[in-house]
Design a protein around this ligand. Structure first.
Ligand code: LLP
Length: 421
């Protein structure tokens, strides 16, 4: 559920008309709903009520500091995967004891940064990383809590580019080797092995793969405890999908995910962490864009808009579907027409939708991409020297620009021309 509804013929974000934001900010822009972010965080938080728990928002989905602050104020922790994300979380006021550090390629510099600033735990993904973290922590005279991410070799049944739990994926250690890797970790100075981490992929639309993974984690917990490890925290990852296509079956709800987790690992008495990103932020955001031209092709109509693949890369990168709707509510019964909806970038891949049925639009009209709050702005680039677009946060009847559109000069002046030229 989200808070983007038509009211008096105009698409609103909560109590603010999208057209009013566009008039002030200019298209294209991202807009997020505080109420939706809050609601989604709370759904997860409540779904884990049965355990001592922390919902660590996977901030890679949307790392604007205003979003982090909003979630942090609700009690969220953060799942970070880089030094930059760690610093951003800290800058947004998230305390180190609520930050977990994930990722296959943490550098020693990143480890040091987090150890200096405070960290809840590292989710270790390999033996060389374990060795490096042990050395860094020891050299600083500290001991850091760690979990080890296991790769349970289950099929997440999602897009191949965002599946992470099969043995051929680069993530985690093979679960079959967990016993020896845990023994090695326990022998290293500077590390305190406290738990198990698993994350099998993103945009999962079924519960079954989670169930398989959690069962394997439960078995492993028992095995490792029998080996003498004090396994007391389970990080069950993120990955619950959202309904991008309204006509499709809705994916499972956080409540069902929480119930499944309780069924599979509740009896172990562990503290529980989860790392949802997309479900918290995805349907809390729109990408709003203006139609520049409607052009007649040989056999089709192109809707050319002022947003492009550099602003929202998901359709080009994953063939992802985003619902695209007019900002002015179409009259009831209006006949729909077919468009190829494209951006201005000089590649055919800069296509958001092909042969999409929509109410007719004209140059100057605004359209909104739904479900663009996660993996939208964060994956944007300046390709074709298009400045990053602004982000706006709505709260009831107020809105604020939470990232300004840079000027051309701000974008251009980051380059320097060497003196010999
Ligand atoms: N935890 C870990 C270790 C992850 O790698 C991810 C996502 C998450 C949590 C959050 O997963 P979520 O709840 O958001 O599904 N750019 C892609 C998605 C990449 C996901 C990467 N990892 C997209 O636009 O679909």
């Amino acid at each position: 559920m989200d808070h983007f509804l038509y009211r008096d013929g105009n698409l609103h974000a909560e109590d603010v008309a999208i057209a009013d934001i566009a008039a002030q900010v200019g298209a294209p822009f991202y807009v997020y709903s505080s109420a939706t972010l809050t609601r989604h965080f709370r759904l997860f938080d409540e779904a884990l009520d049965w355990a001592d728990h922390l919902v660590c928002y996977a901030m890679k989905a949307n790392s604007n500091q205003a979003v982090l602050k909003l979630l942090g104020d609700l009690g969220a922790g953060m799942d970070v995967v880089s030094g930059g994300e760690y610093m951003r979380a800290k800058a947004a006021g998230i305390p180190g004891e609520r930050i977990v550090f994930s990722g296959v390629g943490k550098t020693r510099a990143e480890m040091r940064l987090a150890l200096e600033g405070g960290i809840r735990q590292f989710n270790i993904e390999s033996e060389p990383e374990m060795q490096a973290l042990s050395e860094v922590a020891s050299s600083m005279g500290v001991t850091v809590p760690v979990t080890i991410r296991v790769n349970p070799d289950v099929d997440a049944k999602t897009h191949e580019k965002i599946a992470t739990g099969k043995s051929e994926n680069k993530f985690g250690i093979p679960i079959s080797r967990a016993k020896e890797v845990y023994a090695a970790a326990a022998a290293l100075p500077g590390l305190e092995v406290i738990g198990i981490d698993v994350h099998i992929g993103s945009q999962l639309t079924q519960l079954e793969p989670f169930g398989q993974a959690f069962e394997k984690v439960a078995e492993l917990t028992k095995l490792l405890r029998a080996e003498g490890h004090d396994i007391r925290r389970l990080d069950l990852g993120g990955g619950l999908g959202i309904p991008y296509e309204r006509s499709n079956d809705a994916p499972p709800l956080p409540q069902e995910f929480g119930q499944l987790a309780q069924d599979k690992v509740g009896h172990l008495g562990c503290e529980i962490e989860i790392e949802p990103g997309r479900l918290i932020a995805g349907n809390a955001g729109l990408l709003v864009s203006e139609v520049i031209y409607v052009k007649e092709g040989a056999d089709r109509q192109f809707m050319i808009i002022d947003a492009a693949m550099n602003d929202l890369i998901r359709p080009a990168m994953y063939g992802a579907y985003h619902d695209i709707v007019p900002v002015i509510e179409p009259a009831a019964g209006v006949e729909q027409v077919k468009y190829d909806i494209v951006g201005p970038i000089c590649e055919s891949g800069d296509t958001f939708a092909k042969q999409r049925m929509m109410p007719p639009v004209a140059a100057g009209d605004l359209v909104a991409f739904r479900s663009a709050g996660a993996y939208g702005a964060v994956m944007a680039s300046e390709y074709n020297s298009r400045p990053l677009i602004p982000e706006v946060l709505v709260h009831e009847d107020q809105f604020a620009v939470i990232r300004e559109r840079p000027t051309f000069d701000e974008m251009i002046n980051r380059d320097t021309i060497p003196s010999w030229l």
